[in-house]
Design a binder for this molecule. Structure first.
Ligand code: GAL
Length: 359
């Protein structure tokens, strides 16, 4: 299903070459086949189920100070309540981007005897340890947002454990970012006329696959379309707006010939936009800018033309999928070990519709 060791290895190497620009993998494998189930597929029928009122849910978020995960956890809590859980039985903890802190929080949840855990790991590479701890306590586990690796997911399936992952395939979001630029056509993008797309890349936390795959697949979409690319700079902004601003300010200073700024998420793109404006540049006229998430502010900038595009990271489908999976474990219905959903490409043509759908 999602075992792309070649890509994984290539992207690990890319991510570790922080200062440089890694070439896209020579011949990356095709994106994963359609996931076994969609985030909406296994919705439990019981809505407002009274039997859930005394069930305890522990939710671990990698970091509260993250725009996208704030939307996610807010929606997750209200949807859990709408399913019948009591607000006082839902505990959501802030891992503060520190795995040791989060591991303590998980231990506390185990001691309290929660009925199910929903975990957004700080480090995806700690998933095997987390899974072992939680399963030993007999608690079902739903991973969200930061996908554990293929070996770890295989263990769940091989042992038929009550463990699943709910999320979207980051390769798709990267591909869509690249397609937004491809659709403009080389003539529109190649301001300096050198026949190449001169870009800078601002990456999220390289420890998680969203950053790795968005970095790789955005550029792969360009090269697959036959475009030549030149990476002028590739930096890690850890998903943060302030870092996006700082890094793009530096990159534009060093490389005024930049034609496209790719950011692995919208928070960093919003920072990049501040840097672009401070440098006296204008998106759509002498530079392009794409992000991921479809934060409200980013959609508004896409509508006004100050961002070229973004990709909707469906926090509604993902949070509902995670809550539904939690209920399915509690009721004994069980789940597939991978519950996927789709990203949506966002340009000026549909940004308003995306905003309207979120109201
Ligand atoms: C991504 C999202 C980022 C950030 C990250 C945290 O899916 O696009 O904005 O929230 O998850 O892991």
């Amino acid at each position: 299903m999602k075992k792309f060791f070649g890509i994984l290895l290539a992207t690990v190497i890319a991510a570790s070459t922080l200062a440089g620009c890694a070439a896209p993998a020579a011949a990356p494998a095709a994106p994963a086949a359609a996931p076994a189930a969609s985030a909406e597929a296994a919705a439990p029928e019981a809505s407002g189920d009274a039997s859930l009122a005394d069930k305890k849910v522990g939710v671990c978020i990698y970091q509260f100070a993250d725009n996208f995960m704030t939307l996610f956890r807010t929606e997750l809590e209200s949807y859990l309540i709408s399913l019948g859980f009591s607000k006082e039985n839902i505990t959501i903890t802030d891992g503060a981007n520190d795995q040791a802190t989060q591991t303590n929080q998980i231990q506390n949840f185990i001691t309290q005897g929660v009925d199910v855990l929903i975990i957004n790991p700080v480090n995806s590479s700690s998933a095997a340890t987390i899974t072992d701890m939680v399963l030993e306590a007999g608690i079902p586990l739903v991973y969200i947002n930061r996908e554990p690796d293929a070996d770890e997911e295989k263990r769940w399936a091989d042992n038929n454990w009550d463990v699943t992952y709910v999320g979207c395939d980051a390769r798709q979001s990267g591909t869509m970012q690249g397609e937004i630029i491809v659709d403009l056509g080389l003539d529109a993008v190649d301001f300096n006329g050198n026949g190449k797309v001169d870009y800078i890349m601002i990456e999220g936390d390289p420890e998680n696959v969203d950053a790795k795959y968005r970095t790789e697949f955005s550029i792969k979409a360009l090269t697959d379309a036959g475009l030549e690319v030149a990476c002028l700079d590739d930096q890690v902004g850890m998903w943060q707006q302030s870092e996006g601003e700082r890094l793009v300010t530096n990159a534009l200073g060093a490389h005024p010939e930049t034609e496209v700024v790719f950011c692995n998420n919208d928070a960093m793109a919003l920072g990049a936009l501040q840097a672009i404006q401070a440098a006296g540049r204008k998106v759509g006229e002498d530079i392009y800018l794409v992000g991921v998430d479809a934060l409200t502010e980013a959609c508004e900038f896409v509508i006004s033309g100050e961002m070229t595009g973004t990709v909707f990271n469906d926090h509604i489908a993902q949070s509902h999928g995670a809550a539904d999976a939690a209920v399915n474990y509690i009721t004994g219905a069980g789940n597939e070990h991978y519950i996927g959903c789709d990203y949506v490409k966002v340009t000026s043509e549909n940004a308003q519709a995306i905003l309207d759908s979120l109201k």
